[in-house]
Design a protein around this ligand. Structure first.
Ligand code: ADP
Ligand code: MG
Length: 258
């Protein structure tokens, strides 16, 4: 696969925040669920990248995370694996909020209440994250779907969320559209990831992102764990981080521009 470990092994890593979580030296000793370890091995990953060594234990410990790392450093697995681990610990996917007593609405509601929401700027990125999710979910009962705008397959995407999915990977505009249509409800979101946050802001998605995060702020879901990833760390990203993250760990791998 596409990682050049020679290039990464002596890359500078900066970790800061309250009670930093110790890094892992291997996947096997990370304490991660056995099904996930098997899927990691099936993917041909032999050892974690620097961002994975730090992010995986941090996220497994339930901490919020702001991470800056360059493209190709293995960020997707760094957030997907530890969230899947926690979803499996929670006893698999959470059921949608009970609608019993309202005449079995849930069976006819044709919508999803995801536990994990991942936002990405483009169709290509969302699709890549989705296929990594599917790969790592193999052999579990966790279901994922991807939705993005600018395509002719709206019907197909609507069908994909008709029966409860636990992970939704989405571009911001299309997600808001599906929320408006009542096809996706964010009341159960326990885990939220903003991938390539700087690109999402460059593309003008800040109002949409803020609206989505407001939709996630439902007491029913309890405490939410939020993870932000960005190549750069300019003022606007710092502001989002302080608005969305709680007592977070900051992790920078390599040189980070602003
Ligand atoms: P980023 O989001 O940081 O750009 P990706 O998550 O897309 O990076 O990973 C880049 C490539 O490296 C992908 O093909 C991915 O499957 C692969 N990869 C990720 N982590 C590892 C690892 N620990 N060992 C080998 N390959 C990996
Ligand atoms: Mg990426």
């Amino acid at each position: 696969t596409g990682i050049n470990f020679d290039k990464y092994d002596d890359i500078p890593v900066e970790v800061s925040g309250e009670n930093v979580v110790p890094e892992i030296m291997s996947f096997e000793t990370s304490g991660m669920d056995k099904i996930l370890l098997r899927n990691v091995a099936l993917s041909g990953y032999r050892k974690p990248t620097p961002v994975q060594r730090h992010a995986i234990p941090t996220v497994m410990a339930g901490r919020d995370l702001m991470s800056c790392a360059q493209t190709g450093s293995g960020k997707t697995a760094a957030f997907v694996l530890p969230v899947l681990h926690q979803m499996l610990l929670m006893g698999g996917p959470a059921p949608p909020p009970s609608s019993s007593g309202v005449g079995g609405i849930s069976s006819r509601s044709r919508c999803s209440y995801p536990t994990y929401l991942i936002l990405a700027p483009t169709r290509e990125l969302a699709s890549q994250i989705f296929s990594e999710c599917r790969k790592f979910c193999y052999g579990t009962s966790i279901r994922a779907a991807v939705i993005y705008g600018g395509s002719e397959n709206t019907r197909e995407q609507l069908r994909a969320v008709e029966n409860q999915v636990d992970i939704v990977v989405a571009t911001p505009g299309r997600l808001l559209d599906f929320i408006d249509r009542g096809r996706i409800h964010l009341a159960n979101v326990r885990f939220l990831t903003l991938d390539e946050a700087d690109r999402m802001l460059d593309m003008g998605f800040e109002p949409q992102i803020r609206q989505i995060v407001e939709n996630c702020d439902m007491p029913a879901a309890g405490q939410r764990q939020t993870l932000m990833f960005s190549a750069t760390f300019p003022r606007e990203i710092q502001r989002l981080a302080s608005d969305f993250l709680h007592d977070y760990i900051f992790l920078a791998v390599g040189r980070v521009g602003s």
